[in-house]
Design a protein around this ligand. Structure first.
Ligand SMILES: Nc1ncnc2c1ncn2[C@@H]1O[C@H](COP(=O)(O)OP(=O)(O)OP(=O)(O)O)[C@@H](O)[C@H]1O
Ligand SMILES: [Mg+2]
Length: 351
């Protein structure tokens, strides 16, 4: 549906985006995720036609749109700050793109009414943006972006100006609307939770380049780089030595304990290599007595965070954080001598 090849953007001597290539399939929801300044908005603006690429091509539905002006790309756009027309009602804002496309009055009325229903704002149709809440304004902006049945929807941090509670509600709402309409969607965010929850695939960006493209589970459990491992969620980094390698797994020695670990994507490990294993806090098991494959550790700090208790541990020189269900953490005390092991990440089904 959307195909971007070797896209780059230079501002003077500064390279904002470098050699960015991505294919987005029909009805797919893909997110660009990365820290501030990593080039996310720049990529989106080039796809929208608001910024001219320094190099590369953009195809939408097999048509080369690289040098088409924005209005001829037929893209639905929603930005962080609600770019609604302040002098128009919600109804007229949504009707606007249809009027400029010269839809007939009756077709406009039907379409706008059904969009207002889709975004749950039928009762707000006659209000102006300044009488709408932030969440209602973004829902209006989304309805306006979808009005002319665009084949592609681009969203730049559409939820980030909203407070936490509204944002959470609008997240699942956005996903529902995307599923209902089946519109191919590319969204920019720097909120990792949002990206993991909403996306079919996530593109992790760092300093203008793609670090990794994968499903939320790939990105979370099988990060291809140290950057991705640390950027997405909390992680334990463990030094280990590779003892044996088979086609898709490796045997690693971590403090004298042998573990079978999936072979990382995009890397080639050999016996004898010193490597870093990444284990999420929820993949650390803690026991009061030593089971096979566990090493001794000491509890240095416990912090209760509701459903989970974060257990800080020290095993030799290594600091480890474990998330334990609070309902099962009652036996843990500061200073306790315990035993830990890591649950290796699952292999990707399709690799
Ligand atoms: N018009 C411009 N002129 C010069 N430099 C620019 C311009 N627009 C963006 N940049 C630079 O390009 C880089 C990427 O910017 P971009 O806005 O794409 O980042 P971003 O990932 O969207 O960040 P954020 O999460 O803060 O929105 C930044 O270093 C930025 O300063
Ligand atoms: Mg941005």
């Amino acid at each position: 549906m959307l195909s971007v090849t070797n896209l780059s953007k230079h501002f003077g001597t500064h390279t904002a985006v470098s050699d960015f290539s991505l294919d987005v399939g029909e009805s797919e929801f893909v997110t660009l995720l990365g820290p501030s300044g990593s080039g996310k908005t720049t990529v989106l603006r080039m796809i929208a036609g608001l910024l001219e690429p320094s190099a590369g091509q953009i195809h939408i539905a097999s048509q080369d749109v690289t040098s088409l002006p924005p209005q001829h790309r037929n893209i639905g756009l929603v930005f962080q700050s609600y770019a609604l027309f302040p002098n128009m009602t919600a109804w007229d804002n949504i009707a606007f793109p249809l009027r400029i496309r010269r839809w007939r009055a009756e077709a406009i009325r039907k379409r706008v009414d059904s969009l207002l229903e889709l975004v749950g704002l039928s009762h707000r149709a006659r209000f102006h943006p300044d009488s709408l809440s932030g969440g209602e304004r973004q829902r209006t902006a989304l309805a306006r972006a979808l009005a002319f049945h665009p084949p592609l929807l681009l969203l730049d941090e559409p939820l980030s100006a909203l407070d936490a509670k509204v944002r959470q509600g609008l997240r699942s709402f956005l996903k529902d609307v995307q599923r209902t309409t089946g519109v191919t969607t590319l969204m920019v965010t720097h909120d990792q939770e949002e990206a993991l929850e909403l996306s079919d695939r996530v593109v992790v960006m760092n300093a203008g380049r793609i670090e990794q493209v994968g499903t939320p589970a790939d990105i979370y459990y099988r990060p291809a780089s140290t950057f991705t491992a640390h950027f997405i969620g909390r992680v334990n980094a463990l030094q280990a030595t590779v003892r044996a390698v088979s086609s898709d797994s490796v045997v690693v020695d971590w403090n004298g304990v042998l573990m079978e670990w999936p072979h990382p994507v995009n890397q080639s490990w050999s016996a004898g290599d010193t490597v870093t294993l990444f284990a999420r806090p929820e993949s650390v098991q803690v026991s009061p007595t030593q089971n096979p494959g566990q090493i001794p550790a000491r509890v240095t700090h416990l912090s209760f965070s509701g459903a989970l208790t974060n257990v800080h541990l020290r095993a030799g020189d290594t600091e480890i954080v474990a998330d334990i269900l609070s309902s099962q953490a009652g036996w843990l005390t500061n200073g306790a001598e315990v035993y830990v092991n890591m649950i290796p990440p699952k292999r990707a089904e399709s690799q």
